[in-house]
Design a protein around this ligand. Sequence first.
Ligand code: MG
Length: 159
Amino acid sequence: MQIRIGQGYDVHAIAPGLPMWLGGIQIPCDKGFVAHSDGDVAIHALCDALLGAAALGDIGLHFPDNSPEWKGADSKMLLARVVEMLSERGWRAGNADITIALQTPKLRPYIDAMRSTLASILGLEEDAVSVKATTTEHLGFVGRGEGCEAWAVVTICKD
Ligand code: MG
């Protein structure tokens, strides 16, 4: 079996009055992410990790942020397309580990729903999908509430 590792990173600015999507879940909040798509930084980092593991470029290559096709796009659809692209080349996800940095709101109540949602798109059991959340202790742009960052690491396998 061939095994590869990929990593991905994303960041989006926060603004009032926008929907906040993270890990495929809408977080009840009076602010959200400025983006061409729904701005789901966790899924975007995950997509880049998967694409990186398969050396298939990055999310901006496949889903350009100036394309009307992806305006307001549900990032779960982007992730499903990435999974399909890997599958066409014989790759399947092995596991995923995502870290989200956001000052507020606290994400703990939504973590299990994110894991379940992402696992079903990846074709994995929930215990192969980890989502972790942290604040940055009020430091930097995340700590000032100006943005949200996410990092993802994945393995992919091919028989
Ligand atoms: Mg993004």
